[in-house]
Design a protein around this ligand. Structure first.
Ligand SMILES: C[S@@+](CC[C@H](N)C(=O)[O-])C[C@H]1O[C@@H](n2cnc3c(N)ncnc32)[C@H](O)[C@@H]1O
Length: 216
């Protein structure tokens, strides 16, 4: 190949590569910053963890995925709910957070948590999920439609996806439209992924929406 043609090929390949949308985490933080933020007592209280768990109605033996598990606040609490026989997949894109979760699990003698280093557009799970839980995460995902379609592919036929996120005019991102996901928009992405809303909880939070989706 002539030098001129070779240069043209390289330039073309570069143009194609740069034109691909590179997936990333929106509003990224270091693991240490996430740990300090996520574990603050005010936030923990605002999560209404046990009320949320009750709404999820997790059964023994189920396979639950905590998508964007962070420090494992929910992962650790899902663990006893799936016993005996079930597993909790803690999915995150930050390996240090997964290490943090597994250290806590080991300290507490928990053996049914499996860490999963997900990709930005794909949680990379086994095809056996009964419930995927996404709390305070969807707005950090850049290609939400792609992610939800991939996630839906890992559900069992009766599998569910539970989403909790901030109402666009509430929470810390109310002045950042790029970090907002509305219930209506999410329901449209879910519909494209073959899921419909089956339960909606309006009584738990004033600043967040909480919907469970399942296959049609
Ligand atoms: C605000 S924290 C919420 C953590 C946890 N769900 C909670 O409520 O305590 C957002 C988490 O989502 C993770 N995250 C961001 N983008 C992600 C993606 N594409 N896939 C999986 N996790 C992601 C971040 O690393 C971070 O741990």
């Amino acid at each position: 190949m002539s030098k001129k043609r070779c240069f043209a090929c390289v330039a073309f390949a570069l143009t194609v590569a740069l034109a691909q949308p590179a997936a990333a985490q929106l509003a990224n933080r270091s693991a240490d910053e996430w740990i300090a933020t996520l574990e603050s007592p005010t936030r923990i209280q605002s999560l209404k963890i046990y009320e949320t768990l009750a709404k999820l109605a997790i059964k023994p033996g189920q396979m639950v995925a905590d998508i964007g598990a962070g420090t494992g606040i929910f992962t650790i609490r899902f663990s006893p709910a799936v016993k005996p026989g079930g597993k909790v997949y803690a999915v995150d894109v930050d390996e240090k957070l997964l290490d943090h979760i597994m250290e806590a699990a080991t300290e507490q003698g928990i053996v049914n948590v499996v860490p999963v280093l997900g990709e930005f557009d794909d949680p990379a799970l086994p095809d056996e999920i009964d419930l995927a839980f996404i709390n305070d995460v969807l707005h950090h995902i850049e290609h939400r439609d792609v992610y939800l379609k991939n996630l839906a592919g890992y559900l069992k036929p009766a599998g569910r996806i539970a989403v909790i996120d901030f109402k666009p005019d509430q929470g810390g991102h109310r002045n950042q439209p790029e970090l907002q996901v509305s219930q209506a928009q999410t329901t449209a992405w879910m519909a494209a992924a073959g899921l419909k809303p089956v339960e909606e909880f309006n009584d738990l939070f004033t600043d967040k929406w909480f919907v469970i989706y399942a296959k049609r």
